[in-house]
Design a protein around this ligand. Structure first.
Ligand code: NOJ
Length: 868
């Protein structure tokens, strides 16, 4: 048995955060300041006390090898899940399973396929967000998963064409923050650790990984750098992650790309500074898969778990594993840091899972075969690996409900709801099945038939997929309607013949897809090439609506599409955005079209008239020679509706827009000021870094125990292959002291000052940020004739010259009977009314006059009141 060793595994990390701005290509690259040491856990943090008590007891018994085993993945495809760490059999803990995805269990069977995060955001319904998180958690738990890799707040949605926006919620940080918090609470209440990802600035697919980009012919040597200024970071991108921390999330995933020219998974400002220090995150940070680029320096920067453990897939070597063992033994990584990693992982575990007695993992991500090698990549350990456990319970009903309530009625001139239409004609590929089956394209990397999820790791296999065609036909037959469908976009003459008949209600289904960067579908390398409909959808809509004066359009998409060419045609009597609805797609849209569900979805993004109108766009071509492409977030906090408002451009449908089959009237806005007191900056300092347990300095104790178990090919272990540390490491820097090698303060274990913006024991930042300063109320009356759900939205204007016109701060979802009035109550916290002061490094309520608005969308704000 032989271990190969990663040369410079430890060394490259010394460059984690360059000391000085680097000159390259005639420009000064943005720079990420070093923040060390890595904050150690606070066992007294609110909500974590009991978990840390249990973790301390467990970790105190662990050996160094066991701690390293817990922090290091065992290698790509080495076990059943998409990522696993080493087991601690001596203490009764089996290997922990980290597995995708944010909308269900990826690659398994007898699981559900839920609506996307973005579609769920469109419900503006906290209860549904929570229940979806809970149901996904239950399914994950039923499969033996310990950490489900979601929810997503990065990408936030800076660019509408970005491939993975649908995995997250919305470009609005408040809506996303609510989505994050509710999903996390639901998931963790069901007994599975949630993972807030991808931290942070992971806004596009192009250039997120060097190998992937090179595969597409881009000659770059480093990944994209998202260059984000401090204010924008706080007021926009960090905001929903703060909500995740506050909700008690157990894990974070750092992202592939760089932020201000320091890699996400070794960026000390992000992980040490923002996440652990300022937000007081008490769980653990895992790397995205192959996003780790360094050993000791990543540890010093705040990384706690290496995923999937090998440097690159199936190299058999790791930046951590053996190298981390050695780095601790020679003092490069201080003992308190490995203890902190182990404590954080076990605290997150005990917070959510309570006991080390776990059910086994009962599926294999790598195959649906019942029998196969448990060590998939190595082809070793043939046994039963899939038990085909049905974890779906009654989640189909919830899925149907979320997708229906997340469907946005963008336009309706009176054709909806349908009422026993005489003749229903359904047109378009997007209404029908994928002829090869709903799961036929790996990770859904194609666009055949109706679109119900995007592509990539953020997917799940469908247990079935109800097509719009199937559900609408069943309903039409039940009603005695005539029904015909044409499930191709390319049968113009037949389509014309059909929809030009008398009495036709035509429903055209169209779509636009996107996904993760490792799949290139039709030239869309994850990110969309454009914002237009796929498969000549525009031509289809224009044709059908030219032949039929009652044309209804349903759009399935991963974000906004350009509909300016046809949306205002009088023949187009209704337009619906059905997002990515998941397995119950056809049932959900039928419920809405027929009024079983009165639509109450609201658009979680703006429908601009042009692509340029959005301001920010995907960077499709490297702009820094073969160095890291530089993406400057120069628009600052102005994305989506904030950008359109600033530019004063008209839009087709604004953020927050959505119609109902009834109507609502808003009146009587009132505001009540609370007596929250003044903001108290946090003061004081931490304890010194604690350590838990001892370790032997005798390298003989760290050799591979070949008598205990056989070596699995390319598996990542914590052991050494020789007692000669230089040979065991192979690192050219071997022999350098930690002081010489590590950035200043990286190994400091003395008490550290608390940041004024942090919470001493309160995860999520200074708790005074969450004090309620104002409560705003308004009366909402259902002025129509049927019951409906309304989504009153509370916006504020912060009043400064650099502030957006309005920003969403709260919303409600009220069921109101016809003729009845309900009161909406929204709250404004101190954070809601503050700006990030980059000099003070804290949140400050400016002196500008602040206004509150309540209305139906970001541009329909009928009620306003001064906050005084
Ligand atoms: C890479 C993706 O970016 C991440 O979201 C996913 O969880 C991992 N791969 C594991 O599949």
């Amino acid at each position: 048995m032989k271990f190969s060793i990663v040369v410079a595994a430890l060394a490259s990390g010394a460059l984690a955060t360059p000391k000085y701005p680097q000159k390259l290509s005639k420009r000064t690259l943005e720079y990420s300041p070093p923040v060390y040491p890595s904050p150690w856990m606070n066992p007294e943090a609110d909500g974590w006390e009991a978990a840390y008590t249990q973790a301390r007891e467990f970790v105190s018994q662990m050996t160094l090898l066991e701690k390293v085993n817990l922090t290091t993945g065992t290698g790509w495809a080495s076990e059943q899940c998409v990522g696993q760490v080493g087991a601690i059999p001596r203490l009764g803990l089996r290997s922990l399973c980290m597995h995708d995805s944010p909308l269900g269990i990826r690659g398994s069977d007898y699981n559900s396929a839920f609506p996307s995060g973005q579609t769920t955001a469109a419900t503006f319904d906290r209860g549904l967000m929570y229940r979806r998180g809970y149901a996904i958690g239950q399914e994950a738990r039923g499969k033996g998963i310990n950490v489900i890799l979601g929810p997503v707040a990065g990408p936030l949605g800076r660019m509408p064409a970005a491939g993975r926006n649908w995995e997250g919620f919305s470009p609005d940080p408040v809506l996303t923050g609510v989505g994050m918090a509710e999903t996390i609470k639901g998931t963790q209440d069901a007994g599975v650790i949630a993972c807030a990802k991808h931290f942070i600035g992971n806004e596009q697919e192009h250039f997120r990984q060097v190998g992937e980009a090179r595969g597409y012919g881009f000659n770059i040597s480093e990944t994209l750098s998202s260059n984000i200024d401090d204010r924008t970071m706080h007021e926009l991108y960090l905001w929903p992650f703060a909500d995740a921390v506050r909700a008690g999330v157990g894990s974070f995933m750092c992202s592939y790309q760089q932020v201000n020219n320091s890699y996400g998974c070794q960026n000390s400002k992000l992980m040490n500074g923002l996440l652990k220090d300022e937000l007081g995150f008490q769980g653990f940070v895992m790397s995205d898969w192959q996003a780790q680029h360094t050993g000791a320096a990543a540890a010093a920067s705040g990384l706690d778990m290496s995923m999937p453990g090998d440097t690159e897939f199936n190299t058999g070597v790791s930046f951590w594993g053996t190298n981390l063992t050695l780095a601790v033994l020679n003092g490069t990584v201080p003992a308190y840091r490995i203890d902190d990693m182990a404590m954080r992982i076990m605290a997150a575990f005990f917070k959510v899972q309570k006991s080390v007695e776990l059910d086994p993992i009962n599926f294999s991500f790598w195959t649906l075969d019942t029998y196969g090698p448990i060590h998939w990549a190595a082809g070793e350990g043939y046994q039963q690996i899939n038990y085909h456990v049905d974890v779906r319970a009654d989640h189909a009903n919830l899925i149907r409900e979320i997708a229906a309530k997340g469907t946005v009625l963008l336009k309706n001139t009176g054709s909806l709801p349908l009422n026993k239409p005489k003749f229903l004609a359904v047109i378009g590929e997007d209404a029908g099945p994928n002829p090869n089956g709903p799961n036929s394209c790996a990770d859904r990397g194609c666009d055949n038939g109706t679109l119900a999820m995007g592509w990539g790791s953020g997917t799940a296999n469908y247990p079935y997929l109800i097509t719009p065609d199937a559900a609408l036909q069943a309903r039409a037959i039940k009603d005695g309607s005539r029904y015909e469908s044409i499930l191709t976009n390319y049968a113009a003459s037949q389509t014309k013949a059909l929809v030009s008949q008398d009495n036709v209600t035509a429903i055209v289904f169209v779509n636009a897809d996107s996904g993760e960067g490792y799949i290139n579908f039709d030239g869309n390398m994850g990110d969309r090439k454009n914002l237009t409909l796929w498969r000549d959808g525009d031509a289809l809509v224009k044709n059908v609506s030219s032949w039929c004066s009652n044309t209804i359009v349903v759009i399935h998409s991963t974000g906004p599409v350009l509909i300016g060419e046809w949306y205002d045609s009088p023949n187009i009597t209704a337009i619906l955005w059905a997002g990515l609805p998941g397995q119950e797609s056809g049932n959900s849209i039928t419920d809405v079209l027929y009024g079983k569900v009165n639509p109450s979805g609201r658009s979680p993004f703006t429908w601009g008239a042009t692509r340029e109108g959005y301001g920010a766009d995907v960077l499709y071509t490297p702009n820094n020679g073969n160095g890291a492409p530089q993406q400057d977030f120069t628009e600052g906090v102005f994305i989506d509706y904030r950008y359109f408002d600033k530019a004063n451009t008209s839009v087709i449908y604004e953020f927050g827009h959505g119609l109902s089959y009834t109507t609502f009237k808003y009146s009587n806005i009132q505001v009540q000021k609370s007596n929250a007191g003044v903001y108290q900056p946090t003061i004081g300092q931490t304890t010194p870094a604690p350590t838990f347990g001892n370790y032997s300095a005798d390298l003989n104790d760290y050799l591979f125990p070949s008598e205990e178990f056989p070596y699995v090919y390319q598996y990542i272990y914590p052991y050494l292959n020789t007692t000669d540390p230089r040979n065991a490491s192979g690192d050219p820097h071997f022999g350098q002291t930690a002081e010489e090698f590590m950035p200043p303060h990286a190994i400091d274990d003395s008490p550290q000052p608390l940041l004024r913006s942090s919470g001493k024991n309160a995860p999520g930042g200074n708790p005074a940020l969450y004090d309620v300063l104002y409560t705003v109320t308004a009366d909402i009356t259902n002025t129509g004739s049927i019951v409906g759900d309304e989504v009153p939205q509370l916006y504020v204007s912060l009043g400064g010259p650099d502030d957006p016109k309005v920003v969403l701060r709260d919303f409600g979802k009220l069921r109101i009977e016809p003729g009845q009035t309900a009161q909406f109550k929204g709250v404004l916290t101190r954070r809601d009314l503050s700006n990030w002061d980059v000099v003070l490094q804290d949140w400050v309520v400016s002196n500008y006059t602040k206004m509150a608005y309540v209305g139906k969308s970001s541009r329909d704000l009928g009620l306003s009141i001064v906050l005084s």
